[in-house]
Design a binder for this molecule. Structure first.
Ligand SMILES: O=P(O)(O)OC[C@H]1O[C@H](OP(=O)(O)OP(=O)(O)O)[C@H](O)[C@@H]1O
Ligand SMILES: O=C(O)c1cc(=O)[nH]c(=O)[nH]1
Length: 216
């Protein structure tokens, strides 16, 4: 990925990436991890925003979708900037249908019969992004691709997207992030080694280090 090192540098410079070995983070899926990548921080910085939006646009362009979709909440702003750049309609996809009002799962407008590219800020297990893809398909759209700023490269993710008949794209991944962090000597080498160890077996790292995964 040509964007990968540039985006990794941004994630590190804006301190989106943090390590906590003693009190590992709990992810949306319930798994425990010594590393967290808080891409929500990136919207705060106009320079980061411009670079990441431009990278998203490069990846989205070949698909020429009718609609740009963002997953709630973290990818809503990215979808808005990208949709604006292409002068295309935008929707966002809730994690669950709203329990009152119009009870919608997808907000913005109808995507029935449209081609869609879904944007996501981060993929760990892929559960959230695949739910969003499924929601768009259930609404009658053809989802051409799901593109995330960052992926942890969990082995199970690619086959799930193949099954969903949806291309999977990303701007940066775990290997590149760790490579750039090492080059820049931003974290103690032993902490980065633990992050690598976690990434080799993320489901079992927590339980085997005294941090049970949480049921979600
Ligand atoms: O690939 P997964 O295992 O599903 O995990 C990744 C998801 O978790 C985070 O969302 P979170 O649930 O924290 O919600 P937010 O975007 O509203 O902050 C992140 O923004 C992804 O959507
Ligand atoms: O899987 C998650 O919930 C998750 C991991 C991560 O590093 N950052 C994030 O925002 N969510």
């Amino acid at each position: 990925m040509e964007h990968a090192k540039k985006i990794a540098a941004i994630l590190l410079e804006k301190q989106a990436v943090t390590l906590n070995i003693d009190a590992p983070y709990t992810y949306a899926s319930g798994i425990r991890s010594p590393i967290y990548c808080d891409n929500r921080r990136l919207i705060f910085y106009p320079d980061a925003r411009r670079t990441i939006s431009a990278a998203f646009c490069e990846e989205v362009k070949p698909f020429a979708p009718d609609v740009i979709a963002g997953t709630a909440t973290s990818a809503i702003s990215w979808a808005a900037w990208v949709a604006d750049a292409f002068d295309k309609p935008m929707v966002y996809i809730r994690k669950a249908a709203k329990g009152y009002g119009k009870q919608q799962l997808i907000e913005g407008g109808s995507i029935e019969g449209k081609t869609v590219v879904v944007l996501e800020d981060l993929v760990s297990t892929g559960g959230s992004s695949l739910n969003a893809v499924q929601a768009c398909q259930d609404a009658g759209a053809r989802v051409l691709a799901m593109i995330a700023i960052f992926t942890y490269q969990f082995a199970e993710v690619m086959p799930k997207f193949v099954d969903a008949n949806c291309q999977f794209g990303f701007l940066c991944n775990f290997s590149t992030l760790i490579e750039v962090a090492e080059e820049r000597r931003l974290f103690a080498p032993e902490k980065l080694a633990i992050a690598r160890e976690w990434n080799r077996d993320p489901q079992n790292w927590g339980p085997s280090h005294g941090f049970p995964n949480e049921a979600k």
